[in-house]
Design a protein around this ligand. Structure first.
Ligand code: ADP
Ligand code: MN
Ligand code: MN
Ligand code: MN
Length: 430
C-alpha cells in the first residue's frame, strides 16, 4: 500500500501505456465491458477506465481493476496454491487459472514448483509436487476465487522433510485417534515490526516503551499498536472460512494473538497455516513486518507462543479429568520429544519467567500459567474438559504439535514402571 500511494514516475508512465493498450480493445469488447459493468454498478463512469489525468486517477484505475468482479464474463477462477517453504515457517504461494469454480480439493490438479528456489530441492532435480489438501475462499480476490493449502512431495510421491502434514494425517487417520475426535484450540501469538527498522510497531525507534502492564487487551494510541491489522485479519479469516474464535492484544506492546478452534484433527493445522498466510498478506499491504520469532525482544518482554488447547472425546465426557491426568502423565514422559518439535528458538522463550515454565522441567497445574500444562478452573470444577499445552512456540508447525499431542496421549504407552514413577513425581493418581 505504501508504495502504491507514492507512485514513481516510471510507474505512472507504465500505467499510461497500459491505458492506451486498454483503449485499443475492439469496440465489441469495450461495449460488453462497459455495459455489464454499469449494470452491476461497479464503475461510476466508463471514462474513469480510459482517462488517467492525475496521479490519484492512476491509483483509482489500479484499484478498480483489483476489485473487478470477473464472474459475469468468465467461469474461470484463480486458485492461489499455498505451501510451506524450506525454513519450515515461510509461506509461499503462486496462482493459476482453473476452468471453473471448485468446492473440494480432490477436484484440483496437483502442481509443482522450483524447490531449489525455496531451499527444498537440489538444482539438478528441483521439482517439488504440490498436493491440494484444503480450500478456503480468497478474501483478496473475492468471487469464486480460492486459496489452496497444499503439502509437498518428491516426484516419487515421498513427503519432503518440511511436509509435517503427511505424518500428522497418518496419526489422525488411526482408528484409535478417529474414535476420540480430538479437538484443538490454537492461540497464535505474533509480533508486528516496523518495516524499515525491524523494531516492534509503536515502539520508539532506538528505544523502548514503558514497561509491560497497560498493553494486554488495552485500548488507546499509547497502548495498542496494530489493531487495524488484527481486525482486518479477523474479518479476512471469517470470510475465508477459517475457524477463528477470537483475538486479543498481548502483554508485549505490538504483539497480538488470534485463536483458531476448536477444530477437529488435521483441520486445525490447515486453518492455522491459512490464517498465517492471510496475516503475511495483510501485513504486506500495510507495510508492516510479521515475525513469529518466539522471543523477538530480549529482556523483560513477553515472548510469543502458540498455546495448544487439546481434548479428546473421553476428556469431554463424565470422568474426563481422570483421562486428562493420564494424558498429562504421558506428556511428562515424552517432554523432551515434544520440546524438540515445538519450535526453533523456544529456549529463549521458555525461561520460567513471563508466564512460561522452564524448558528443562515438565510441570502441570490448575489455573497456573507458569506450568508446561495448564488445566482450567472450569475443567477442574466440571470434572471434564481440556488441557492447555503452553510449551509450543509461535513458530511451531501446527501439524507437528497437534499430531504429537494425539500420538503421545492416544497411541503411545509408557512402561508400567515409568508410569508409576511419573505418577509419584507429579502427584498424579491415575
Ligand atoms: P487463554 O485463556 O489461554 O488465553 P484462549 O481463550 O485464548 O485461552 O484460547 C482457548 C482456545 O481453546 C480457544 O481457541 C477455544 O476455542 C479452545 N477450546 C475451548 N474448549 C476446548 C476443548 N474442549 N478442546 C480444545 N480446545 C478448546
Ligand atoms: Mn489466549
Ligand atoms: Mn496469549
Ligand atoms: Mn493460553
Amino acid at each position: 500500500m505504501a508504495q502504491i500511494l507514492a507512485p514513481s514516475v516510471q510507474w505512472q508512465t507504465r500505467l499510461t501505456k497500459n491505458a492506451m493498450e486498454t483503449s485499443s480493445m475492439t469496440s465489441k469488447m469495450w461495449n460488453s465491458v462497459s455495459f455489464k459493468q454499469s449494470k452491476k454498478g461497479a464503475f461510476k463512469s466508463s471514462t474513469k477506465f480510459r482517462i488517467c489525468a492525475s496521479s490519484s486517477g492512476t491509483i483509482n484505475r489500479v484499484e478498480d481493476l483489483l476489485n473487478l468482479d470477473v464472474t459475469p464474463y468468465t467461469d474461470k477462477i484463480i486458485a492461489e496454491y499455498i505451501w510451506i517453504g524450506g525454513s519450515g515457517t515461510d509461506v509461499r504461494s503462486k496462482s493459476r487459472t482453473l476452468s471453473k469454480p471448485v468446492e473440494h480439493p480432490s477436484e484440483l490438479p496437483k502442481w509443482n514448483y522450483d524447490g531449489s528456489s525455496t531451499g527444498q530441492a537440489p538444482g539438478e532435480d528441483s521439482e517439488v509436487i504440490l498436493y491440494p489438501q484444503a480450500i478456503f475462499k480468497d478474501p483478496f480476490r473475492g468471487g469464486n476465487n480460492i486459496l489452496v493449502i497444499c503439502d509437498t512431495y518428491t516426484p516419487q510421491g515421498v513427503p519432503i522433510p518440511t511436509n509435517k502434514r503427511a505424518k500428522a494425517a497418518e496419526i489422525f487417520s488411526d482408528p484409535k485417534v478417529v474414535a476420540q475426535v480430538p479437538w484443538f484450540g490454537i492461540e497464535q501469538e505474533y509480533t508486528l515490526l516496523q518495516q524499515d527498522v525491524k523494531w516492534p510497531l509503536g515502539w520508539p525507534v532506538g528505544g523502548y516503551p514503558g514497561p509491560q502492564g497497560p498493553y494486554y487487551c488495552g485500548a488507546g494510541a499509547d497502548k495498542s499498536f496494530g489493531r487495524d491489522i488484527s481486525d482486518a485479519h479477523y474479518k479476512a479469516c471469517l470470510y475465508a472460512g477459517i475457524n477463528i474464535s477470537g483475538t486479543n492484544g498481548e502483554v508485549m506492546p505490538g504483539q497480538w494473538e488470534f485463536q483458531v478452534g476448536p477444530s477437529v484433527g488435521i483441520e486445525a493445522g490447515g486453518h492455522i497455516w491459512c490464517a498465517r498466510y492471510l496475516l503475511e498478506r495483510i501485513t504486506e499491504q500495510a507495510g508492516v513486518v510479521l515475525t513469529l520469532d518466539p522471543k523477538p525482544i530480549e529482556g523483560d518482554w513477553n515472548g510469543a507462543g502458540c498455546h495448544t488447547n487439546y481434548s479428546t472425546l473421553s476428556m469431554r465426557e463424565e470422568g474426563g479429568f481422570e483421562v486428562i491426568k493420564k494424558a498429562i502423565l504421558n506428556l511428562s514422559l515424552r517432554h523432551a520429544d515434544h520440546i524438540s518439535a515445538y519450535g526453533e528458538g523456544n529456549e529463549r522463550r521458555l525461561t520460567g519467567k513471563h508466564e512460561t515454565a522452564s524448558i528443562n522441567t515438565f510441570s502441570w497445574g490448575v489455573a497456573n500459567r507458569g506450568c508446561s500444562i495448564r488445566v482450567g478452573r472450569d475443567t477442574e470444577k466440571a470434572g471434564k474438559g481440556y488441557l492447555e499445552d503452553r510449551r509450543p512456540a509461535s513458530n511451531m508447525d501446527p501439524y507437528t504439535v497437534t499430531g504429537l499431542l494425539a500420538e503421545t496421549t492416544l497411541l503411545w504407552e509408557p512402561t508400567l514402571e515409568a508410569e508409576a514413577l511419573a505418577a509419584q513425581k507429579l502427584a498424579l493418581n491415575v
